[in-house]
Design a protein around this ligand. Structure first.
Ligand SMILES: NC(=O)c1ccc[n+]([C@@H]2O[C@H](COP(=O)([O-])OP(=O)(O)OC[C@H]3O[C@@H](n4cnc5c(N)ncnc54)[C@H](O)[C@@H]3O)[C@@H](O)[C@H]2O)c1
Length: 340
């Protein structure tokens, strides 16, 4: 049996729990934790049984024998910590959005390449079996020519009256729901339908007393001619995560409001069926894996050289490009061209 990969987790708040479960599932060894908040760190060390805890990432990166890190801190810190991890020769699983601007993302990609380390970004929907199956079906031509995609991620902070932690701060997070939820959907849209040519977006702050938007939508024109819409909100009721892809020969629907855990439904027409509304319906078998867990498993497999990185630094950069284009559009009221 090969030696388990030795991992450190930097930032031990909400999403770090999903990374922890992924590493446990995959048999990696979590050797050190880091958090600037001593109370949070102590709780996590106790609950997860990790002896070494550090209040700063520089000390964690110097931990003896560390192979890889998960970076689970506020968005503005992804850049400096990834740069330091690459310089220390550690493989990096960095949470999304990869950075707050394109220059940072480019520097992060270059630093990881130069150091020869794996750099994976936390757009975990690429590791979600529904998305993986959808992509395989689209690539195989099961939908014919893809014409339209609609993607939605929305919630209401579990009914809380305030936005949690750093998420409402422009300096710490870089943006609101368009960045936080939207970067996942922009990435998923690219994964399923290819590169995006232009974007038009609207943003609004309608409920929360924060510096950023809490409701947004964006209309996309894909390079291949398809069009699409992204809907994101912190002003929903409960949690919704869904995508729909429509093509000339069929469509795919996946919505956690219809089935939870969500199923992937394929609608198509048999030859000779001329009904307006009746179609064939097939539920596509999913493997039941949890997407965050699978994303960590995919990171470790990439380190082992078993397959390519499932969401690369370049993919993370492209998602940031779309988010920034959408903000520019919302500010100017114009369509923003993303490709020349
Ligand atoms: N992939 C996903 O689905 C998903 C979901 C939630 C959050 N995220 C991303 O994960 C990141 C963290 O989000 P969260 O919800 O876990 O936030 P959180 O506030 O719950 O946790 C962040 C932790 O980082 C710690 N921290 C802050 N500054 C630090 C520093 N300098 N050094 C070490 N620790 C520091 C905080 O004390 C806190 O415990 C964000 O980038 C967010 O966008 C991704």
């Amino acid at each position: 049996m090969s030696t388990p990969i030795r991992v450190g987790i930097i930032g031990t708040g909400g999403i770090a729990g999903a990374h922890y479960l992924g590493y446990k599932h995959a048999g990696a060894e979590i050797v050190a934790l880091c958090d600037a908040n001593a109370e949070v760190l102590a709780k996590r060390q106790k609950r997860w049984g990790v002896k070494s805890g550090y209040s700063n990432y520089e000390s964690l990166l110097a931990h003896d024998g560390l192979d890889a890190v998960s970076i689970c801190v506020p968005n503005a810190l992804h850049f400096p910590i990834t740069m330091a991890a690459a310089a220390a020769g550690k493989h990096v699983l960095c949470e999304k959005p990869v950075s707050l601007d394109l220059a940072q993302a480019e520097a992060m990609v270059a630093a990881c390449e130069a150091a020869g380390v794996v750099f994976q970004v936390g757009h975990h929907m690429r590791s979600w079996s529904a998305a993986v199956m959808a992509k395989a079906m689209i690539d195989r031509g099961d939908l014919g020519v893809v014409t339209y995609a609609r993607l939605r991620q929305a919630h209401d902070w579990s009914g809380a009256e305030v936005v949690r932690g750093q998420f409402g701060s422009k300096a710490a997070s870089g943006g609101g729901t368009l960045l936080d939820n939207g970067c996942h959907l922009f990435d998923l849209a690219r994964y399923l339908c290819g590169d995006v040519r232009d974007v038009f977006a609207r943003t609004a702050r309608l409920k929360f007393d924060v510096e950023v938007e809490d409701t947004a939508s964006a209309s996309l024109g894909f390079v291949n001619g398809a069009i699409g819409d992204i809907e994101v909100a912190w002003t929903a009721t409960g949690w919704q995560e869904s995508f729909w892809v429509f093509g000339t020969k069929g469509s795919l629907e996946c919505d956690n409001r219809i089935a939870n855990p969500p199923t992937l439904t394929h609608r198509f027409r048999k030859p000779g069926n001329d009904s307006w509304s009746e179609t064939e319906i097939a539920d596509i078998a999913l493997d039941g894996s949890e997407s965050h867990t699978q994303h960590v498993v995919n990171f470790l497999s990439a380190i082992d050289g078993d397959h390519d990185v499932v969401c690369s630094g370049h993919d993370g950069l492209e998602a940031v490009r779309l988010v920034l284009g959408a903000y520019e559009s919302a500010e100017t009221g114009r369509v923003v061209q993303l490709t020349s």
